[in-house]
Ligand binder design. Structure first.
Ligand code: SF4
Ligand code: SF4
Ligand code: FES
Length: 542
């Protein structure tokens, strides 16, 4: 690869690449506002000015150049720190702040605002402006975001987003010069399902998320990498939380899955993570028809006694699993049925899923399968509901295990659950299954535990705990491990770690998971097809 030089440091670049793009890839900092790697280059903010001291032909550029729109050339030499550049940046900052209000104390963007950061780093701290600032009214522009036009610096990222990323084109820039402003067309609210991304890419607090407004200062938030459970796309996200409450979800860049984006429906799943009213908070057992709170040990003992009395054969044991369950949980449930009851009757609700076709990538992201792990259930060989007559299977069931809240709209299955001799419900939230259960094991929601999902493309991704769970609940992988070892000579140690369960799964199912170590899964996941190809190649060369 050919190189050019920024402040005497060599920077490799691809033919046709711009200076800023190559610099950012090399981890170098050049301040900018309007440039975004997903959008066309407009070079309007002028913040990325650099001094090209040698164009690569021994001659300097006649004036400061915008690095976002200038082609990198072999042996070009660039200064980003000399006096000329600093003066240029100071002038640009002063111009951008001419009409910008002193809103930082009440602005949600404060603490993560590029204008604030660049103003500290590159501004002069004072202004020559002697006139009143231009003032616009507040605009309700969409279902998910709000526009505060006075704060806008006219970088046009939002305008380009609706034209180039969603293709909906319902938002744009109006007027010119001093009167330049933004709005929706014909006074209509925006309808695209990806408005939250406009708040993400707006470098200032002009577009903000309605859900997050005035809830928390940005610097209070702690961030944990995770995966969206809103549909089978499995967008990479960050859970942002404070004081054991999730405040918002933000997309994490993964070019193989969601690029830079996520949808508004996915962002709203943060509400489920904070939900308390429907939580299953304590272990419960049915005594003389009434559900009573019991200890974990009492519950395990009662289930063991009941199973001993029932002594069901393989055909009399059925399990239903929610496709919101993790791969590890599905694996353990399948193992429990196979090893303890010699049954392979683990069913999941099979959804026919579709996704819209569009020339815009983002429009193809949302699928109709509103669960993150149907592909995982299929991979592990669980039985899809559409392929099997579950009702006839249920008629001979003595033991029913329900993990999560699957088939919640199937009244015939709910009715048949009442006729089984023993029904065990393992879940974090109450549902119709809870009303019918004899034993209730309270689990953790996915913001509280570790796990992994397989998305619609066969991309294997893990997530980490963000919230601190109540001490009365346990992760489902632990409950299933305890049930698996219940009554055996080797009960599960209280110190069982998620990494051990993961290791069990990948080594027992090494053909599916290539014996992968947990730490190798990383924050951006791995394509299962690529992994299996790699392990096949390794096996062949061994
Ligand atoms: S609202 Fe934000 S993203 Fe849009 S032009 Fe203004 S500053 Fe840029
Ligand atoms: S497209 Fe699906 S996975 Fe991505 S953010 Fe939306 S609901 Fe979540
Ligand atoms: S980032 Fe180059 S002009 Fe805005």
């Amino acid at each position: 690869m050919e190189v050019f030089y920024i402040d005497d440091q060599p920077v490799p670049f691809e033919k046709g690449e711009k200076i800023l793009s190559a610099a950012l890839r090399a981890g170098l900092e050049i301040p900018h506002f309007c440039y975004h790697p997903a959008l066309s280059v407009v070079a309007t903010c002028r913040m990325c000015l650099v001094d090209v001291t040698d164009l690569g032909n021994g001659r300097p550029a006649p004036k400061l150049m915008t690095s976002c729109s200038t082609d990198a050339m072999p042996n070009m030499r660039i200064s980003t720190k000399n006096e000329k550049v600093q003066e240029g940046r100071e002038l640009v900052m002063e111009y951008l702040l001419v009409n910008h209000p002193l809103d930082c104390p009440i602005c949600d963007q404060s603490g993560e605002c590029t204008l604030q950061d660049h103003s500290y780093a590159h501004g002069t701290g004072h202004s020559e402006m002697e006139y009143n600032k231009r003032v616009y009214g507040w605009r309700d522009i969409g279902t998910f975001v709000q526009l505060e036009r006075n704060r806008c610096i006219h970088c046009s990222r939002c305008d380009r987003f609706t034209r180039e990323i969603t293709g909906t084109d319902e938002f744009g820039m109006f007027n010119r010069g001093h009167e330049l402003t933004l709005d929706t067309f014909s006074d209509r609210a925006m309808t695209n399902h990806f408005q939250g991304n406009m708040a993400d890419i707006c470098p200032v607090g002009a577009i903000t998320e309605k859900e997050f407004r005035f809830k928390r200062r940005a610097w209070k938030l702690r961030k944990v990498p995770s995966v969206c459970t809103g549909c089978s796309t499995g967008c990479n996200i960050t859970i942002e939380h404070d004081r054991n409450e999730v405040l918002r979800l933000k997309p994490r860049e993964n070019q193989d899955v969601n690029q830079w984006w996520m949808c508004d429906e996915g962002r709203l799943t943060y509400q489920q993570m904070n939900e308390r009213e429907q939580r299953l908070a304590k272990p419960m057992g049915r005594v003389k028809g009434k559900l009573l709170q019991v200890t974990w040990q009492q519950l395990y003992d009662a289930v063991a006694d009941r199973l001993e009395a029932l002594n069901p054969n393989g055909e009399q044991v059925v399990a239903f699993v929610d496709t919101h369950s993790t791969l590890e949980e599905m694996f353990l449930l399948r193992r429990l049925l196979q090893e303890v009851f010699s049954s392979d009757q683990v069913f999941y609700s099979q959804q026919d899923w579709t996704q819209p076709e569009s020339e815009f990538f983002i429009e193809t992201m949302i699928t109709t399968d509103k669960a993150p792990n149907q592909a995982g259930a299929r991979l592990l060989g669980l039985k899809g509901s559409q392929e099997h007559d579950i009702i006839s299977v249920m008629k001979s069931a003595k033991l029913l295990l329900v993990l999560g809240n699957p088939f919640i709209n199937e009244q015939s299955l709910l009715d048949l659950a009442g006729t089984t001799e023993l029904m065990v419900h393992i879940a974090s939230r109450q549902s119709e299954w809870t009303d019918r259960a004899d034993a209730i094991f309270p689990g953790q929601n996915y913001a509280e535990k570790e796990g992994s999902f397989l998305n619609k493309q066969g991309y294997w991704q893990r997530f980490w705990p963000a919230l601190r769970p109540s001490r009365h609940v346990r992760p489902e992988w632990q409950i299933l491990s305890e049930l698996l070892h219940m009554g055996t000579a080797t009960p599960v140690q209280q110190t069982l770690q998620f990494s051990q369960v993961f290791q069990q799964m990948t080594s027992i199912e090494h053909k599916l998971f290539g014996n992968l170590a947990l730490e190798k899964l990383g924050e951006s996941g791995i394509s299962l097809a690529d992994l299996c190809q790699q392990s096949d190649t390794l096996a062949q060369t061994a």
